[in-house]
Design a binder for this molecule. Structure first.
Ligand SMILES: NC(=O)c1ccc[n+]([C@@H]2O[C@H](COP(=O)([O-])OP(=O)(O)OC[C@H]3O[C@@H](n4cnc5c(N)ncnc54)[C@H](O)[C@@H]3O)[C@@H](O)[C@H]2O)c1
Length: 439
């Protein structure tokens, strides 16, 4: 503990480079928002690192510091952005195309966004069927492509005199892949890179380039990317914190709010039908059945882990869980989701709940990118390496150690996150037992 405390106390000095593979709706909304907050024209709504507090000690102690006062988080003024895309649009053009921000915000942030131009991406349409990039790296093999990414990263670090880096995948969702032999060890993976093994997707090449250099890597999409044994092992060797997968926003966020409530009151569940309409590029990519499959697996996993049907077979043993995403261009980034939830109560009487969420996907995702970048950087500075389960709070399919089921309940995830911060500062963990108040 004392050792952790020492490490956590060292301040975040120098500039932090935030590397973003995929400069689309989420990435540009994130960068624009950070700049708007720096200029004082927006508030950091939705961000724990900027607004969250942690209770320390007893409820009667009245100690509730900001997270950023408890642990040394990098300052927004120290963030510098760089990224890759398979289209050459600069961040202003990409933000305009994404249609998330209004004209006023676009106009005032134009000067900041325009100079941020993406480096050519590592891409292959075999893994994202609906896109055909116009600026794509060419290389001898996949290892050579990884080396080209490393050269981009090194150049960026030098140009901006960066002290540290983190990478957050904001690229499109790739087709569904399962871990195979080539993903099992780093030696096999590196051989696979040289031999252009088709089981190695572009997002894995970015993850490899980051992790090999000890750079923290978080994955905002549901594709495997860093979530393979080879890269988990490499992260431990190089000291890189890693996390994923799939930002928890929108409908799944709602699901992880509601399902723990039903479970807490032991209300039964017969079915949960979720459907969405979405009209941005992400929606277009997810219109391909193979990319959708990756997303579907990520979204479907949530209920089982929260409701634990093996422990409550009569309540949750037979759930019809359906998830649909329909590409519908007129809505752009403003997704609309409908949930029909069939629950049952005392004596088996059925009830229904309807949720109609008119959300803004990238507005929900942007603060998650910020928090992940800053917490991943903190993890690196305090020597936490490999999978960062305490950041499960931000993901639909949290990565965990082997043989460990993921924790999906958002309230347990938040407690885990805050207890990790307390632990880093050598503060007492909060159990909510509270008997001492009545002694
Ligand atoms: N917005 C949300 O709420 C949310 C939630 C969970 C997950 N996600 C995931 O986050 C990712 C980004 O979402 P978005 O709405 O910004 O999508 P988007 O389509 O607007 O942006 C993705 C960008 O990635 C680029 N790209 C694709 N493959 C690439 C590669 N190999 N290298 C470099 N660039 C590449 C695309 O050209 C595009 O500009 C998607 O995978 C999405 O599924 C988003």
């Amino acid at each position: 503990m004392a050792d952790n405390k020492e490490r956590a106390l060292s301040p975040a000095e120098g500039k932090l480079g935030v590397l973003l593979p995929g400069m689309g709706a989420v990435a540009t909304t994130f960068m624009a928002g950070v700049e708007a907050i720096r200029r004082g024209i927006s508030q950091p709504v939705g961000s724990l690192t900027q607004r969250g507090t942690v209770r320390l000690g007893k409820r009667t102690d009245n100690r509730n510091p900001l997270i950023s006062d408890l642990v040394p988080i990098a300052k927004l003024d120290d963030l510098v952005f760089g990224g890759w895309d398979i289209f050459p649009d600069n961040a202003y053009e990409a933000a305009r195309r994404a249609g998330v921000l209004n004209e006023g915000h676009l106009a005032s942030l134009r000067g900041f966004l325009e100079p941020i131009t993406p480096w050519p991406g590592v891409f292959d349409p075999a893994y994202v069927k609906r896109l055909n990039g116009t600026q794509v790296k060419k290389g001898k093999n996949k290892r050579d492509l990884a080396d080209q990414l490393t050269a981009d990263i090194d150049g960026f670090k030098k140009r901006h005199n960066l002290a540290r880096l983190v990478m957050v995948w904001c690229g499109s969702t790739e087709i569904y892949l399962q871990a195979t032999e080539v993903h099992s060890t780093i030696e096999k993976f590196e051989r696979g890179l040289e031999q252009n093994d088709p089981a190695i997707a572009p997002s894995m090449i970015y993850a490899y380039a980051a992790i090999r250099a000890g750079i923290p890597y978080a994955n905002g999409a549901p594709n495997l990317s860093g979530d393979i044994p080879a890269l988990v092992e490499l992260a431990k060797r190089t000291g890189a914190p890693i996390g994923g997968k799939d930002f928890k926003t929108g409908q799944t966020f709602m699901k992880t709010l509601l399902a723990p409530g039903f479970k807490a009151r032991l209300l039964g569940l017969n079915g949960w039908y979720s459907t969405n309409i979405l009209g941005n590029r992400d929606g277009e990519v997810l219109d391909d059945p193979e990319s959708f499959k990756t997303k579907e697996v990520s979204k479907l996993g949530v209920l089982d882990h929260i409701l634990q049907p093996h422990l409550y077979p009569e309540l949750y043993g037979k759930i019809h869980h359906v998830v649909r995403i329909n590409y519908y261009p007129p809505r752009g980034d403003n997704k609309e989701g409908w949930d029909n939830i069939d629950i049952f109560g005392w004596m088996g009487y059925p009830m229904q709940i309807k949720v109609n969420f008119l959300c803004r996907d990238s507005i929900l995702a942007a603060p998650i990118v910020l928090d992940l970048a800053l917490f991943m950087d903190l993890a690196k500075r305090v020597g936490m390496k490999g999978i960062q389960e305490w950041l499960s709070f931000y993901f639909k399919s949290p990565m965990t150690a082997d043989n460990l089921y993921p924790e999906h309940d958002i309230f347990i995830q938040l407690m885990k996150l805050k207890n990790t911060l307390r632990h880093l500062r050598g503060e007492e963990l909060i159990t909510h037992l509270g008997l001492e108040y009545y002694d």
